[in-house]
Design a protein around this ligand. Structure first.
Ligand code: AMP
Length: 395
């Protein structure tokens, strides 16, 4: 696996796929610069070597050229973060890009206009990829969020750099962290899977059953399992057509020696609302008119024991409707337990949109070993798929 450390960038132009798909407010100010900050170590290393950096990214989902999706909006913020006056080319290919790239000096940074102003980007067009490739000497992919897409800038471009391509710091860290869970994990390994639906996590569950010792199942998914096992779930969310599948998962887990931990009690509410009346209910006897919206205290105690005895922990999906304070306690408690296990030496990886949001909201991000930046890409890796953007560098 080639990384930045394998190259000396002195007098070289690195063409870097970054993920600068950042949120902007109505005046086009960057409201969350996390993704730009995340790319800084890669860019810093290249500049420190005496090279220059050509940054390419998409922003939003433009239909052709749309000014509101111009990456020019983020030049100022990027300059601030990098401490370099970033140059801008108002097209990612063609004369303006070429002239700007050719005139780069060591220490310079050039940002190219939105790749998705050209439909060839998402189509993975070879000629377009070749044009992008002609701008730089070494190709660096540092965008995990798009690594599951075979787009021009994330995958196809790599063929033009047979032995001059590598992962950036961020992408290398993502791969290393996932491998720590999926390949070289220290046992016992525990996966916590929450969120709303079995159907959206089923491929992940199937793939990781071979890699874990414990699986904690929480969130809305719980009730499809409980109902399939004969429990009364009241008005809780349930995918009736997935009950058979739930039983198959439990059977497969047993065969593979994986211990499944389902909630034994829940916080039940008489409406899907933060102000609803609540009661703690046994998970198997939720009254009609009530729905389970968070894990109950006994469940949390049991989950805590499992977490504190684990050496590797993967967390994907909240334990309850954490967006409502009344039903956030389970997710917060679990997050704190994982933080505690981590402080005692466990490796913890949090990934998937909603658990990342929860970890950030509750200030737990610095207490986790690694919080993944790529929702879809992370899920596909957990499903056991080979991501085209990663394969293209490994070739
Ligand atoms: P997912 O995108 O599948 O990870 O699901 C995340 C969503 O699941 C969050 O928005 C939670 O509010 C929701 N969720 C978690 N627990 C429950 C529950 N018991 N009932 C309904 N929704 C839930």
């Amino acid at each position: 696996m080639k990384t930045l450390a394998d190259f000396d960038f002195k007098n070289k132009k690195a063409i870097i796929r970054v993920d600068f798909n950042v949120p902007l407010d109505e005046n086009f100010n960057v409201t969350d610069a996390t993704r730009i900050e995340a790319a800084k170590p890669t860019i810093d290393k290249i500049l420190a070597d005496g090279g220059s950096a050509i940054l390419m990214s998409h922003l939003g989902r433009p239909k052709g050229v749309e000014a509101k999706y111009s990456l020019e909006h983020i030049v100022k913020k990027t300059s601030e973060i990098l401490g370099v006056s970033v140059k801008f080319a108002n097209n990612c290919i063609g004369d303006s890009a070429h002239e700007a790239a050719t005139s780069l000096k060591p220490g310079d940074v050039l940002l190219l206009e939105n790749l998705r102003f050209h439909t060839e980007e998402e189509a993975g067009d070879v000629a377009f990829s070749k044009e992008l490739a002609s701008l730089g000497d070494i190709y660096v992919n540092d965008a995990f969020g798009t690594a599951h897409r075979a787009h021009a800038s994330t995958t196809i471009i790599a063929q033009f750099f047979p032995d001059k391509k590598c992962f950036g710091t961020l992408l290398a860290k993502e791969i290393e962290s996932l491998n720590k869970v999926l390949k070289n994990s220290e046992k016992p390994v525990t996966a916590v899977l929450g969120g709303s639906k079995v159907s959206s996590k089923i491929t992940v569950i199937e793939n990781i059953l071979d890699k874990v010792d414990h699986m904690i199942i929480g969130g809305g998914m719980t009730f499809t399992f409980i109902k399939a096992l004969g429990g009364k779930i009241g008005d809780s969310i349930c995918e009736d057509d997935k009950q058979e599948l739930a039983l198959e998962i439990l059977k497969a887990a047993k065969e593979k020696g994986v211990q499944i931990h389902l909630p034994v009690d829940v916080v039940a509410a008489n409406a899907f609302s933060n102000d609803a009346a609540t009661q703690i209910s046994d998970v198997n006897t939720i009254p009609d008119g009530w729905q389970g919206l968070d894990a109950g205290p006994k469940s949390l105690e049991q989950f805590r024991e499992v977490i504190l005895s684990s050496k590797t922990i993967l967390w994907n999906g909240p334990l309850g409707v954490f967006e409502m304070p009344s039903f956030a306690k389970g997710t917060i408690a679990l997050g704190n337990d994982i933080a505690e296990a981590t402080s005692k030496g466990a490796f913890s990886l949090v990934g998937g949109g909603d658990s990342v949001a929860a970890v950030k909201q509750f200030g737990l991000e610095p207490k986790m070993s690694y919080v993944s930046t790529g929702g879809g890409a992370m899920l596909e890796m957990l499903e056991g798929k080979t991501l085209p953007g990663i394969a293209a560098i490994l070739d």
